[in-house]
Design a protein around this ligand. Sequence first.
Ligand code: GLN
Ligand code: ZN
Length: 754
Amino acid sequence: MSTQTYLTGFSRIGEHRELKKALEQYWSGKISFPELEELSKKLRAKHWTEQSGQKIDYISSNDFSYYDTMLDTSIMINAIPERFRDLSQYEDIYFSMARGNASSTAMEMTKWFNTNYHYIVPELDKRTPFQANINKIRTEYREAKELGIQSKINLIGPITYTGLSKSLDTSDPFDYYESILETYVKVIQEISELDDSIILQIDEPILVKDPAPKLLDLIIQTYNTLASVSTKIKIIVMTYFEQASEAVPLLSQTPIWGIGLDFIHGKDNLQSLSSIGDKVLVAGIIDGRNIWISHYDEALKLIESIREQVPHNKLLLSTSCSLLHVPYSLRNEPQEAPIKQWLAFGVEKLKELVLLKAILENDNTSETKAALEENRNIHKNKLVSSLIHNDKVQQRVSKEGNRDREGNFHERIQLQRQQFNLPSLPTTTIGSFPQTKELRKIRRDYKKKLITKEVYESSLKQYIKECVEFQEEIDLDVLVHGEPERNDMVEYFGELLEGFHFTSNGWVQSYGSRCVKPPIIYGDISRPKAMTVEWISYAQSLTKRIMKGMLTGPVTIINWSFVRNDLSRELISQQIALALSDEVRDLQEAGIKIIQVDEAAFKEGYPLRKKNIKSYEDWAVKGFKLTVSTAHKETQIHTHMCYSAFNDIIETIEAMDADVITIETARSGNRLLKVFRDSQYKKEIGPGVYDIHSPRVPSVQEFEDQIRERLKVLPVDQMWVNPDCGLKTRAWEEVRSALTNMVRATKRIRSSGD
Ligand code: GLN
Ligand code: ZN
């Protein structure tokens, strides 16, 4: 066997988001479940033929999902929480687990490792009725086979599954591991009956985190057991997103067939190859997380160094992870997009794999040669392209990239307090007000040039005016303009900065039917002109109260974009930060006294391995500080972070040196807040007291209780009162009553004097 091509997994949502559309039609009752099944079957067939058409050697089944593959795994082992067990139809159980129903709340959802994909968190307890159910696997395997494809079957491994679960009645989900493993054995037994010989890809990405000894201990037992179930089954244990060095020597002692390693995001995996033994290696050599074309010469060099340690006939070339994390295909992007030649989405990555294989096989056809030559040229030209490189920006970064703000917190806060003269427990909001249908339509119409700039601006100004009047009416202390001009907090700035590209169809699944279209940072970043000053100044002109300026910080912009790979994140962050620091200066000159720099995605960008954390924190903090380096001592800098556990990062938060931080605490109570007290954090904090993810409007009494609860942890002169996050997804009626109640409750506490 010569070197072959392998695909970890493929898109599920579809080239034109067909699955999203079908799901939404099904949820709204427009199509039946059998119709949804039929549409999904067609979609799978299309995805398989896309791969077999390219002659990919190893193609997956069971990488499809109606909602999420962790949820599918819960169904596969029958880990159905009690509240859903009474439902009789499979589809009702499945979608209720994902989305809740009239009587039961949905299962929790959280981020899949360091990606922006979210999975449904399994719930385990003593009564979980574990049982094997391979219906989905069987159906998909047979469908592929009918199309002439002998698919490998993808499963999420038991160690990862359990490690990402929560136990409802013990402190550790691994208390249920024995039963889980037994169920996997049954699953594999049943799978072995499907065919004479089957390859199973078992994903264990949890093994790339700094592995807990407990997890490592499970490897040998688990894979000795699973690989011995049937001689008809060959198991590949797949890892991705980082190196799996500690796991490799253990896995190689078990009778599995192969190991999958990511050489793009886990460069150190090269060192683990010496302990891979006689296993087949699935080598992730094409980036499954980013959208840039491969550099063939570099990829070939990498493959060469792998081949020094792994025999040719034991090497399968693959993407670094499932292609679920990149958009479907470039063919839906306009031809004239200047950066198109540098991009490779899912389908294009398949072609790259096949081409690399051809080169390795010494395929000397003119086509292969031409492709290699073209790839070299593109990279050569890219190195000097004026689309990307801007000397001025680079020089500015080297000169000003380490600037810092004047004064220390103690000095600054005194000046600010004197100047603002705010009451104790100042009230504010996080930025956005409800994004109504009308507002979206105005933005859309303006983009399509259906309305003039004048009509657009006056409609938005009208909205801002209403927001300001409302906030004055309910007597909030620090006001916001409501963000009506922003569709998305990253997209808005990306569109106004140089160096960003927006795709027409670059959708990536975020959760369930939800997709996002991340911007692409391709070039040096600069700010042609002020981005927010006009809106904020207009809002300020309507009121004597303080109007907060509102910006998105560099870390969040980077974490929610596809980022160029020819420059370090540190430099990219410095470029964005310098552009934003000009905005801070301009806002300040326009008379804005408080400026908030949102870092909603600060925590989620943390690396999977401890050894990489320091360098992340260094550039992240540096980027934030550079952004606000133009702020005078009198200008108060706020930052906002969404739901995050701050325990491990409190020193980093401190180092960011924001005067005020607002965070999400309405659901978690004081749990997240205590660390601020315990670490003697002295700066001001706005712990959220209104859960903006719920349509519920808390009463004045509930708000009062929430605030008093927070005051058990925070001194009164350190605390602000605000909602958890922006209000853009809420309805006006809810926001009106909730904020009115929030202010009333605050006043009650102020006047009670305790
Ligand atoms: N200022 C933003 C808003 O209010 C913050 C959003 C966020 O934290 N995700 O919408
Ligand atoms: Zn938030």
